[in-house]
Design a protein around this ligand. Sequence first.
Ligand SMILES: Cc1cc2nc3c(=O)[nH]c(=O)nc-3n(C[C@H](O)[C@H](O)[C@H](O)COP(=O)(O)OP(=O)(O)OC[C@H]3O[C@@H](n4cnc5c(N)ncnc54)[C@H](O)[C@@H]3O)c2cc1C
Length: 430
Amino acid sequence: MTSTNGTATGVRDLVGVGFGPANLALAVALEEHEGPPLDALFLEKRPRLAWHPGMLLEDATMQVSFLKDLATLRNPRSAFSFLSYLHDRGRLVDFINHKEFFPSRVEFHDYLDWAAGHVAHRVRYDTAAVAVRPVTEAQTVVAFDVVTREADGGERTERARNIVLGTGLVPRMPEGVARSERVWHSEELLPRIEELTGPPPASFAVVGAGQSAAEVAAHLHSRFPDSRIDALLPSYGYSPSDDSPFANRVFDPEAVDHFYDAVPAVRERFYEQHGNTNYAVVDLDLINELYRRSYQESVRGTRRLHFWPMCRVEGADSGPDGVRLRVNRLLEDRSTELDAGIAVFATGYHPMDAASLLGPAAELCKRDSAGRLRVSREYRVETSADVTAGIYLQGGIEHTHGISASLLSNIAVRAGEIVTSLAAGVRQIP
Ligand SMILES: Cc1cc2nc3c(=O)[nH]c(=O)nc-3n(C[C@H](O)[C@H](O)[C@H](O)COP(=O)(O)OP(=O)(O)OC[C@H]3O[C@@H](n4cnc5c(N)ncnc54)[C@H](O)[C@@H]3O)c2cc1C
């Protein structure tokens, strides 16, 4: 199927780029697909499956029910469900006694790893996709070559009639702030902490007011009992995520249809009304825990956890021993400086960036009036008439498929829909 000298010798039905939960769910759906098997290979740049490893904090829990696993909503009888995993690990009864709808992220990671082990024949790890090149026959783009960089530094090419991009969210830093040894994004928290040598930093600044920011502040506060923590919030305080039953419907499979079929103004309204189910919000238990810790410190008169409301960080100058942040304190309408040993920016993520990987192949894609990719309900990018090869997206589709686009809630159903679309396309090939 592939050669190591940079040329492709065969054509697969599908090459998936990235092997996080989204493309793992797709591999599972392919495994369970009834009908002629599809020849699929997934490429993952990491040496093994790793789900946000830098934030795999001991106490962190899932923000979604365990029933929204890789398969259950598509196939409740699946052998790849979270319940099957628990059974396999001998913990099913213990889990039931635990009465927990939202398992720890550590346990869910172990579940994903377990599932990935069962579809290992479909994945090549240590393989980064670096470019996508259209393959043209008789003036029609019939396939794509996915160019990869392998662990040994060599290049290979995988040719496929369809590609599915599932490369995940892209960490966001505030404008004017660059990462350094002293300035981290939350995605790299745990490995960075492991690399610290010498005495712990005297202080940490944590920038942001979403779930990751609150988790980072709580983690650093526990892990470094002699360090000061300055939480710089863009808001007046942490706001709770709305996970109440009616609001939660925004993550239902049916909501994808409602969003997709809505006119632009109504799509916007989804985000206005229900952004607080996901964006810049924090689990209420964690908010209460942070407040409890802060209050206890004020009772004891030993404060080291500080919250600074309405702050905008406008710059960060790293030195050998620490970082000086330029902070616009909006309440006082003035700029100040804050010194910290380390600054952690939990400032969120951009949606998946399909265009940068597609490179020149992005020219084949149709765009809406705002310049965003046009994507069919089946997650296939609309392309010009001279393209028969398919580009499917598992991410970067917040504008067409709604709030669950980058989340776990809908990955099982979405994977099934993509497999149905792929299988229909493959059947049409003479
Ligand atoms: C800390 C954290 C916690 C979260 N918790 C939840 C939660 O509880 N519930 C929820 O619904 N959502 C949660 N999310 C949202 C998150 O987007 C999803 O959980 C999930 O990771 C989406 O899966 P994915 O496969 O689309 O992307 P990812 O998990 O990001 O996986 C993408 C994969 O693609 C690989 N990759 C990227 N580029 C390339 C390339 N060029 N070549 C090869 N491989 C590549 C990456 O290495 C990665 O393994 C969380 C996000 C974060 C940051």
